[in-house]
Design a protein around this ligand. Structure first.
Ligand code: NAD
Length: 692
């Protein structure tokens, strides 16, 4: 049983008890219906309360049920039953009442919440909308203006905020159940406050048009937020039952839209990432109370901020006083900017700065539990640093490198404790980007890996474990994407056409915009360090010419694009166009035009094919892990599910393989050799899910 019915004096209590989060399973729905029936049929019962056992109210639907279809009664029918219930009905809310859990509360005649409770309608995050009356009832209680942002953002709000907008009737500090029972008794004898019968508060003229525009901007390309606006408009313009019918229609529209499947994939993939094969469940992470960061440059500063934000003290080591002053200065500027936006107090800025201790001496690192190196990207420099770390770090300290491409095993070999070494690869800006690639070296100890995963959670990063290979998961795959984008502009597409296609597809910016932002010199330098035979013969020639002409990107106000002073808007550049023509002539490349679709397929199938290799080699544990890397590290649109999900679901594996074979025929196996894993999956008619 997922709950029970209890009579306490003249009040019936419908208890929900479905650990761990009281997800609204079929059994829970039956408990609700049965409780209502018993309360209705018992003359001694004058009112009823819906309360939940455990740490939280109903935290949402049981989304594992989505796939197989809902068993009757569905939640809308259960809530309709609540509407037919003839006695006062009060929801007691603690923990988080989310999605269907909040809709059940909205179906009651009153809501009493613990002050620590949160409520919300997060359906939008799964590409759908509240489908059990939430879009009709919340606006009746709170008005469309307050209700809409709750549904469009999907973020939970506090009990106080909910009370402020009229969605919660009473907030209590403790004794929730007693308060709910008392409230229910107060309502006995009064007219029932059915939300369905409440008049909809007036909506300002033009409100929905404005809301559609604002939503289109804020939730670019997303389908369900617009349908949420439609549903709330229905609440404002139609009688309740017609509004409910409209909500159902719109809900089904969302469910049928491919975005919903993609977002659900993301939801599950994100929950999988912490499951690490060959890592026993009883492995305990090491304790991390103090951290040290080596290098206070672009990455080191951001990395240090993550720990300061989590209240963990950080010692920052640099080569010179000047460098460390500059590094701390940038951190302070970042915090001040946040404070200026009102998202932090001046005191908090000082508190966080107070957690950062600069040093020039390795002898100050002896008490650090975790040391993260973020110095220049060369093995010589890393070698020197890790030798020093080996000398001063206490036994058991975890030694991490933020290297983008270098071998973690080589770096571990610079110490006498390779088991304590691993990669912690942050993404720029490190204090903002959610992704942390955790690179497991050949000798990395299980508890060191567990420590990095634990640290990722503490600093609110999404930690994905990667194997040790050139570029790990994300940057390794990026090479295929960057290569093809660069070749496309040599075959007749322009950088702006490629970027526009990528942005339309949903990327936050185009590849060439990204290169200009990061600095073209970064790729240039890394190519100089590589064996020329490992590089595409002409893909990067335009980039090299730009750097050699002093065009490094935004920082020099000229890169692939031109920039006006103080303006980050990319403008097509004649010089870039000239360089492209020169390469085209020199290599003798035929010119043609490209559709946006071709551009996307060429870029992302190249990336996907390498993704298959990453999987085949065991450098990622699951295709979903790769998707998470691209979502949180590179801004791949979540509503497309990630590059692996996109290739499988939007293109189809067999079709993708055909296209890759076609490219191989045109451009050679060297760059387009189909991944044997992809060939095998297609031959056997299996899915990427089977590639574990
Ligand atoms: P950066 O040049 O901005 O900073 C490097 C800092 O390290 C400089 O402040 C320098 O003074 C300091 N440094 C150099 N040698 C040192 C030494 N021996 N001891 C102490 N300090 C030393 O470089 P960055 O962009 O922050 O990159 C650092 C590392 O992070 C590299 O390995 C890079 O590949 C990696 N990374 C960079 C990015 C990015 O987007 N910039 C992203 C992920 C990873």
């Amino acid at each position: 049983m997922a709950g029970r019915f209890e009579v306490r004096g003249d009040v019936g209590i419908i208890w929900i008890d479905n650990p761990p989060v009281n997800a609204i399973s079929h059994a829970v729905r039956l408990v609700l219906v049965d409780g209502l029936k018993q309360a209705a049929g018992n003359d001694a019962v004058k009112a009823a309360v819906i309360a939940c056992e455990g740490r939280t109210s109903m935290a949402g639907a049981d989304i594992t049920e989505f796939a197989g279809g809902m068993k009757e009664p569905g939640l809308p029918e259960v809530i309709a039953e609540m509407d037919r219930f003839g006695k006062p009905l009060v929801a007691a809310i603690h923990g988080t009442a989310l999605g269907g859990g909040f809709e059940v509360a909205l179906g009651c005649h009153a809501r009493v919440a613990l002050a620590t409770a949160k409520v919300g309608l997060p359906e939008v995050k799964l590409g759908i909308l509240p489908g059990a009356g939430g879009t009709q009832r919340l606006p009746r209680l709170a008005g469309a203006e307050a209700a809409l942002p709750v549904m469009i953002s999907g973020d939970p709000i506090s009990a106080e905020q909910a009370a402020g907008m009229g969605a919660v009737d009473k907030v209590v500090q403790d004794n929730l159940l007693d308060a709910a029972i008392a409230y229910a008794r107060e309502l006995v004898g009064q007219e029932l406050r059915r939300v369905r019968d409440m008049p909809m508060p007036a909506v300002p003229a033009g409100f929905f048009e404005e809301a559609r525009k604002a939503t289109a901007k804020q939730k670019r390309n997303l389908y369900s937020p617009q349908r949420i606006v439609d549903a709330v408009e229905a609440a404002a313009t139609l009688p309740f039952d017609e509004g409910m019918a409209r909500e159902r229609e719109l809900f089904m529209d969302c469910l049928r839209n491919p975005q919903a499947r993609a977002l659900q994939h993301v939801f599950f993939a994100e929950r999988q990432i912490a499951k690490i094969p060959n890592l026993a469940a009883d492995v305990k992470p090491r304790e991390v109370r103090k951290v040290a960061v080596i290098g206070a440059g672009t990455m080191g500063g951001g990395i240090a901020m993550n720990f300061a934000n989590a209240g963990i003290p950080v010692t920052i080591l640099e080569m010179s006083q000047e460098a460390v002053d500059r590094g701390l200065g940038v951190i302070r500027k970042n915090y001040d900017a946040t404070a200026a936006k009102g998202r932090m107090t001046a005191e908090q800025v000082e508190q966080r700065m107070g957690l950062l201790t600069p040093t020039l001496s390795y002898d100050d690192l002896g008490d650090a539990d975790l040391i993260i190196e973020a110095v220049f990207e060369t093995l010589e420099v890393k070698h020197k640093v890790f030798e020093q770390l080996d000398r001063v770090a206490k036994p058991g300290a975890v030694l991490a490198s933020n290297t983008s491409y270098l071998s973690i095993d080589t770096i571990a070999g610079y110490t006498k404790r390779p088991a304590d070494v691993l990669g912690m690869h942050f993404f720029s800006p490190a204090n903002v980007m959610k992704l942390l690639e955790i690179v497991r070296g050949a000798q990395t100890a299980p508890d060191v890996l567990a420590t990095a995963l634990d640290v990722a959670k503490k600093i609110r990063k999404v930690g994905v474990v990667a194997g040790n290979c050139h570029g790990f998961i994300g940057n390794r795959m990026l090479e295929g994407y960057a290569r093809e984008a660069n070749v496309l502009v040599l075959e007749g597409a322009t950088p702006q056409q490629v970027d526009t296609a990528l942005v339309k597809f949903g990327m936050p910016m185009g590849l060439f915009q990204m290169m200009d932002l990061a600095g073209l010199d970064i790729g240039y330098k890394s190519r100089k360090d590589r064996d020329p035979a490992s590089l595409h013969p002409y893909a990067y020639r335009m980039s090299d010419m730009l750097v050699e002409a002093g065009r490094m990107g935004q920082k020099t106000q000229a890169g692939v694009y031109d920039y006006a002073p103080g303006d980050r808007t990319p403008k097509p550049s004649d010089i870039t166009a000239k360089f492209i023509r020169e390469v085209v002539e020199e290599v003798g490349l035929p010119q043609r035009s490209f559709t946006d679709e071709e551009i996307i397929e060429r870029c992302f199938l190249a990336l996907f094919n390498i993704g298959c290799e990453v999987l085949r080699e065991g450098m990622a544990y699951r295709a979903g892990d790769i998707d998470i890397v691209y979502l949180y590290g590179y801004g791949f649109p979540a509503y497309r599910g990630g590059p692996m999900f996109w290739a499988e679901n939007s293109i189809g594996l067999a079709n993708a393989l055909d296209k890759i074979r076609g490219y191989a025929a045109a451009y050679g196996d060297r760059w387009w050799k189909p991944s044997p894993l992809l060939e095998k999956l297609v031959a056997e008619g299996r899915s990427l899910k089977d590639a574990v």
